[in-house]
Design a protein around this ligand. Structure first.
Ligand code: ADP
Ligand code: MG
Length: 542
């Protein structure tokens, strides 16, 4: 037709199509998982946008229909989701927005066979998996809140077309022209089996048309609503990968039902691997809020930012289904849920921390995030402090504040810490000499945030925290041990000479009992920022 527009794919798409189609050939059935996930996402997004714009509300019962047609050799997926405008069709299906082909290709080459299929979902290239089973794909879509529809079509070879179309309701139809060697995907029973395997946790109803009848294909029972005893570890792990967009195994799975002050079911996961984004990226918790199974939003901040590595779902009875954005901001229900969920996660960490080796896996991934809690959350500060782990001048491996306190010398008044850029460098610091000579342990802190949080935690178990680079530390009550226990030299005559020589460089020169082998050490003024903090401030240009 005249209105048909031809477009080249974005530069990387062609190569990507090739990769997806060939590298994952043996796992072709996952195309259905990807398209179903996109449809479910589109329905979720429409429900979410309807919170602020009621005109976008879903009509009646939203469901995803899958229609195989053997005569026409097409497979159609039809969803009532948010839909795509012309520009969105071009952008979302014609370019690769998030991650490059190269990164994807590299991961694909490196991943074990079993993990390859999940990579497509991870890299945001799921749609292209349709070309594993189809030699032509047509997407007809109408954006919710608009009147016009467009058809995007491609044979997956370098170009796609856009043409005006009609669609009665908002939503999207994806028509796959099935390849001759992929006819199995026109069999309703085969389709139902794939959906049960990959998409059973999708909460909108999915139907497959078989002999002219619509048959339900997913159980749609939200996994978190099922009793624990009916859920296998593999089902938990599958659901985890779905909500966390990842392919590892969860380190912790927390599944419980709360009744009382507020009623909700929660299914939460702590990842077994550190995602790339957790430190630098988004700071808000990604936990999903559902009301009576229906997805509402992932912006409800159901956990504080310092627990943002926790993924999962909270589903409550205590809000109405047609909850609005204003209501979400005003209701006390979310505050109660937040409190209960935070405490539950903390108590899980506390109990898992008893197994040091197991806890170290968690700590090495997310400790750096947890430390933010000491800095910014007065209410949970002491609990979080108990969960921290440290390198130390006295013991191998990780140690806790409680263990440190149990090893303190009888005359020792404070928990001593030293912050810097690497634990290796810290372990060799002359600042430690006087402490080592007295058998006093010092915790070595090498994360950037370690320059900040100790200032907020004034004490643990009644013992103050002190940075050893601060000038006023008095070790005189602690006896020297071993060789170091010699007579101290009389420095009184030397001090005025040094003070005079360095008067433009330092505020003061004092005798110290903190050194044994070295002659001098730099110290920070009592009460001011410690040396690592001063270094960071200088780097930040302040
Ligand atoms: P991802 O889902 O990870 O973003 P995909 O390749 O699966 O990557 O999909 C690309 C984008 O195309 C989606 O992010 C979405 O914006 C859009 N899209 C795909 N399918 C649909 C659909 N059924 N309805 C609305 N938008 C869709
Ligand atoms: Mg997708």
């Amino acid at each position: 037709s005249e209105a048909l527009e031809r477009h080249e794919f974005g530069a990387e798409v062609g190569r990507l199509l090739d990769l997806v189609v060939h590298a994952l050939y043996s796992e072709r059935e996952i195309f259905l998982r990807e398209l179903v996930a996109n449809a479910a996402d589109a329905v979720d997004r429409r429900r979410f946008e309807a919170l602020t714009d009621p005109a976008l509300m879903l009509p009646g019962e939203a469901k995803l229909r899958i229609i195989p047609d053997k005569a026409a050799r097409t497979l159609t997926l039809s969803d009532p989701g948010i839909g795509m405008s012309k520009a969105e069709l071009a952008q979302h299906l014609g370019t690769i927005a998030r991650s490059g082909t190269l990164a994807f290709a590299k991961s694909l080459a490196d991943a074990p066979a079993a993990e390859k299929p999940s990579l497509i979902g991870q890299f945001g290239v799921g749609f292209y998996s349709a070309f594993m089973v189809a030699d032509r794909v047509e997407v007809t879509s109408r954006r919710a809140g608009t009147e016009e529809a467009w058809t995007w079509a491609s044979e997956g070879r370098g170009e796609y077309t856009l043409a005006p179309a009609t669609r009665d309701e908002a939503g999207t139809d994806i028509v796959l022209h099935i390849k001759s060697d992929a006819e199995e995907f026109l069999e309703p029973i085969r389709l139902q089996t794939i959906i049960r395997k990959w998409a059973d946790h999708i909460t909108i109803p999915i139907t497959v048309v078989r002999d002219g009848q619509e048959e339900p294909a997913n159980e749609g029972t939200a996994l978190w609503r099922k009793p624990k005893s009916e859920i296998t570890e593999e089902q938990y792990a599958d659901f985890y990968r779905h909500v966390a967009h990842t392919f590892d195994k969860p380190w912790a799975t927390l599944h419980w039902r709360a009744e009382g002050a507020v009623d909700f079911s929660a299914l939460l996961f702590i990842p077994g691997m550190k995602p790339f984004q957790v430190v630098e990226g988004e700071r808000e918790s990604p936990l999903r809020l559902h009301v009576r199974r229906m997805f509402i939003t992932e912006d409800a901040k159901l956990l504080p930012p310092w627990l943002r590595f926790v993924h999962g779902v909270v589903d409550t009875e205590d809000l109405p289904l047609n909850v609005s954005r204003e209501m979400l901001q005003a209701t006390p229900v979310l505050g109660r849920i937040r409190k209960a969920v935070t405490n539950r996660v903390l108590s899980e960490l506390k109990s898992r921390a008893k197994d040091a080796e197991d806890y170290a896996k968690f700590w090495e991934n997310f400790g750096i995030v947890l430390k933010e809690g000491v800095w910014e959350d007065a209410e949970h500060r002491q609990d979080v402090a108990g969960l921290l782990r440290f390198r130390s001048s006295a013991v191998e491996g990780w140690t806790s504040l409680a263990e440190y306190v149990s090893r303190m010398k009888p005359e020792q008044e404070a928990i001593y810490i030293l912050a810097g850029d690497s634990t290796d460098a810290l372990a060799k610091s002359p600042q430690l000499e006087g402490f080592k000579a007295r058998g006093v342990e010092v915790l070595l802190l090498a994360d950037q945030i370690d320059a900040f949080w100790p200032e907020r935690l004034d004490s643990f178990d009644g013992k103050p925290l002190r940075s050893i680079t601060q000038g006023d530390i008095d070790l005189s009550k602690l006896p020297l041990e071993g060789e170091a226990a010699a007579e101290p030299a009389d420095l009184a005559p030397l001090l005025p000479l040094l003070k005079d020589a360095l008067k433009d460089e330092v505020a003061d020169v004092q005798a110290t009992d903190r050194l044994v082998g070295s002659a001098v050490v730099l110290a920070a003024e009592a009460g001011g920022p410690d040396l690592q903090m001063q270094r960071l401030l200088r780097r930040a240009g302040r």
